[in-house]
Structures are given as C-alpha cells and as structure tokens.
Design a protein around this ligand. Structure first.
Ligand code: AMP
Ligand code: MG
Length: 334
C-alpha cells in the first residue's frame, strides 16, 4: 500500500503545532510554538491573546514543518485539524488554515477530536491493541473508557465536577506556583512527604471522578493557615495532594481491570506526563499482568503529531469533513 502522509494542525489551547505523520505512526516532522510564557504572566490562558498568537504563528509553523520534512503541500494526502474540544477562538485559527489548504491543494479535510488525539498519541511509538481501557487525564477531562476498536468507545465513568488537571492547576495557584500548575506541583511534590490528611474523593462505587472536594479542602487549608499566621508546608501539601489525586485514578482503573477482565491500559492527556502517575499505573499493571501504554513526554502534552495519528483511521475509512467544519468547545468522545 502507498504511504499516507497527513499534515496535522493543533491549535486548541495555547500551542500552535503542526506535524507531518506517515501512516498514522511515523512523525516525519513536528513543530510546536508554545505561548506558555505569555500566559504565565496572567496566571492562566487568556483566550483572546491565545487566538491572536495562533494567527501570528500559524503560517510560520506550517513553513517550518514542511521545511524540516523537506516536503511540499502537494506531497500530502490529507489535512487534519483539531476541531473540538478547546477554546473556540483558538480552534478557529487552525480550522480556517486547514480548510484553506484543503481547498487550494484539493486534499481531503479531516476534523479530529483533541481527546481522541491524546489517546492515539499512544500509537506513535507503540501499537494500541483492542479491547483496551483508556484513561483520559487532562485539563478539562477525567474519563475512563473502554475502546473496543478504532473509534469505538464505551464510557465507564467521567468527572462530575473538576478535571484532575484543573485540580492540579488550582492547587498550584493557591500554594503560589506559576502557570502551568501541573508540572510545578509535581516538581514541588518530589521534595515533600505525604503528611497532610486530605479527604479522599471517594463518593460511591461508580467509575465517576470528583476532584472539587479535594481542591476545596486544600484551598480552605491554605486560607485558614494564612489567617492564623501558620506556615503551610508546601512541599508536603503538594505531595499529599498528588498521592490522593492519583490514587483515586489507580483505584478506578483497578476496579475496571477486575470487572472487565481487559488487560490493556492506555493513559492520555496532559496529566499523563506525571511521573508518580506513571509509576503507580505501572505497579497496578504489573499486578494485573496488563500492558501499559503512556506516550513519551513530547506526545503527552498538546502536539499535532497525535492529531495526525488520530486522523489516520478516519482517512482509511474515508470519513472526511466538509468545508462547513467548525469549532466546538465541547467534544464528547462517544
Ligand atoms: P491537556 O488538557 O491534555 O492539554 O493537559 C493540560 C493539563 O495537564 C494541565 O492541567 C496541566 O497542569 C496538566 N499537566 C501537565 N503536566 C503535568 C504533570 N507533570 N503533572 C500533573 N499535571 C500535569
Ligand atoms: Mg490537550
């Protein structure tokens, strides 16, 4: 079969990224222009600034991505783009670029769900096999699903309030760490011990997640300490939070291993960059003799290579988008 080259575009949040991906797994070139330093000045992503910065960067990112691959637009077989979920203004910049390229170069257009992109990041250096469990842990989502086949999802549980990444970011803020919070909490936790007695987010015996109680407990703890003039042991608090937050993920995946008998797990989304999460999932998978896939660090956080990987099964099935493709802030997997 002829090799398939997909030009993939990702602009759902604060990274403008493009990649050329061969046959859904070989990353021929990848460019990521991050806006992180700018948003860090404001303590979080400012949507209006993000859209403007995507507009500024996107053509340069395209030029660079083609140049690094030593390829031309004519060499591409399709144009893939993240269309949901994400910041609407940010998504629109990538979508408009993709549509224009598809029209001018007469290539099929493929709209890709960003969360599915995070899952397919696992196909880049490894191969996903079905059925498998997929745990999505990102800034906006915490979900546990069964994947029976490419693009066949069955949800076991999801977050009822805050996503785990959001909890990381809010805890970071209250203990005075800079945006992006997740990696900074992880770094601080390395120096701490699990000494704070925090509420476990155990609500019921479902597969659903809830992190707002844990987050609020930490915010209250810090504010109360401040009022009493007491010192907060930030390293210990970061460690204690991380243990409770991630142990909850482990508990739910263990339940799924026991109840479904499935022996494969992929972890996807920004929080999968976390080392403690990786270690705990590895221990669990060893106990259940299950195979664990977590993307390498570069593909854990937002990048266009994962969008190219997720677009490939759609290309094979000829599930193309038309020129009315639009952005959506919501993006259910099912
Ligand atoms: P995403 O929404 O998939 O783009 O992922 C972004 C989220 O992942 C943010 O909430 C980050 O704080 C979080 N994140 C990134 N790296 C880490 C890490 N090493 N540990 C915990 N959370 C992280
Ligand atoms: Mg993401």
């Amino acid at each position: 079969m002829k090799d398939v080259y997909i030009l993939a575009i990702e602009s759902s949040c604060d990274e403008t990224s493009m990649a050329i991906v061969k046959n859904g797994k070989d990353v021929v070139s990848l460019t990521i222009a991050t806006q992180m330093d700018t948003h860090a000045l404001y303590g979080g992503v400012v949507p209006e600034i993000a859209s403007r910065m995507h507009t500024e960067a996107i053509t340069l990112v395209l030029e660079e991505t083609l140049k690094k691959a030593n390829m031309k637009m004519e060499d591409m077989d399709a144009i893939a783009v993240t269309c949901k979920p994400g910041l609407t203004g940010s998504l629109i910049v990538g979508i408009e670029c993709a549509k224009t390229l598809a029209l001018i170069y007469n290539k099929p257009l493929i709209g890709v769900n960003h969360l599915i992109g995070h899952i397919y990041a696992n196909n880049i250096d490894d191969k996903m096999e079905f059925p498998m469990l997929a745990l999505i842990v990102s800034g906006g989502h915490t979900e546990l699903v069964i994947m029976e086949d490419d693009y066949k999802f069955k949800r076991l549980g999801e977050t009822l309030d805050d996503a785990i990444g959001e909890a990381y970011d809010k805890v970071a803020r209250v203990i005075g760490l800079k945006y992006p919070g997740g990696p900074n909490v992880e770094k601080l936790a390395l120096e701490g011990n699990d000494t704070y007695n925090l509420p476990k987010p155990v609500m019921d015996d479902t597969y659903n997640f809830s992190y707002s109680g844990l987050k609020s407990a930490i915010i209250n703890l810090v504010h109360n300490a401040e009022q009493r003039g007491e010192e907060v042991r930030r390293t210990d608090l970061a460690k204690s939070f991380q243990v409770v937050a991630i142990d909850e993920l482990v508990r739910k995946v263990e339940k799924a291993f026991r109840e479904t008998g499935i022996k494969r797990l992929v972890v996807a989304g920004g929080v999968s960059a976390n080392k403690y999460l990786k270690e705990e999932m590895q221990k669990l998978c060893s106990k259940y003799e299950a195979k664990l896939l977590i993307p390498k660090l570069l593909y854990c956080t937002d990048n266009a290579a994962m969008i190219g990987a997720a677009a490939y099964p759609l290309y094979l099935k000829k599930e193309f988008s038309d020129y009315s493709l639009n952005a959506s802030s919501e993006g259910d997997l099912l």
